[in-house]
Design a protein around this ligand. Structure first.
Ligand code: PNS
Length: 164
């Protein structure tokens, strides 16, 4: 049984995240989508809202025999990964610009906990420029985010932002 952790802020979940989850399902028997609880950040969605959003979206996609779980964690990612007996951490890399930061994190995580591997996955090219940060910015400025996030996430964003 191969278990991976897919960590992130998921504020909000984008179609790029979803693409990585679907691809990860081809490699792992179980993926725990783990939302970082970061008291220093002021998120758009609360942890509870993000958990609900992820749970709703994974009900909507087909993931075959791959088990998908949604959890949240605080503290060091590697400590959480060991506690959950994961084999690997999955991270999506969209462009070279992501790689530098992700490599630094992966090597640091390896130094902290050599038993956990980091697996980098590439989303479809169509999502190579999609980020939660830009999706939020465009949405809050009244731009269209169709096709960038699942429609249920878009509906939640509209509901949260007074129907705009
Ligand atoms: O979606 P994000 O914000 O890019 O995810 C970043 C995340 C959650 C993977 C990263 O911030 C993280 O692992 N935080 C937990 C604290 C930790 O382990 N820090 C040391 C990293 S080397």
């Amino acid at each position: 049984m191969r278990r991976a952790i897919y960590p992130g802020s998921f504020d909000p979940l984008t179609n790029g995240h979803l693409d990585i989850i679907e691809r990860g399902c081809k490699l792992f028997d179980e993926i725990i989508i783990a939302i970082l609880v970061n008291p220093e950040k002021k998120p758009f969605f609360t942890i509870e809202e993000r958990r609900e959003m992820l749970e709703q979206v994974i009900r909507e996609i087909s993931h075959g025999s791959c088990r998908l779980l949604v959890e949240d964690f605080r503290g060091l990612l590697v400590d959480y990964a060991v506690e959950r007996q994961a084999d690997a951490i999955v991270r999506g890399i969209r462009a070279i610009s992501d790689y530098e930061y992700e490599l630094q994190m992966a090597l640091m995580n390896r130094r902290l906990e050599p038993r956990i591997e980091t697996v980098f996955m590439m989303p479809a090219e169509a999502y190579s420029y999609v980020s939660s940060r830009l999706v939020k910015e465009i949405f809050l400025l009244g731009g269209k985010i169709d096709g960038l996030v699942p429609s249920s996430v878009q509906a939640l964003m509209k509901r949260k932002h007074g129907g705009s």
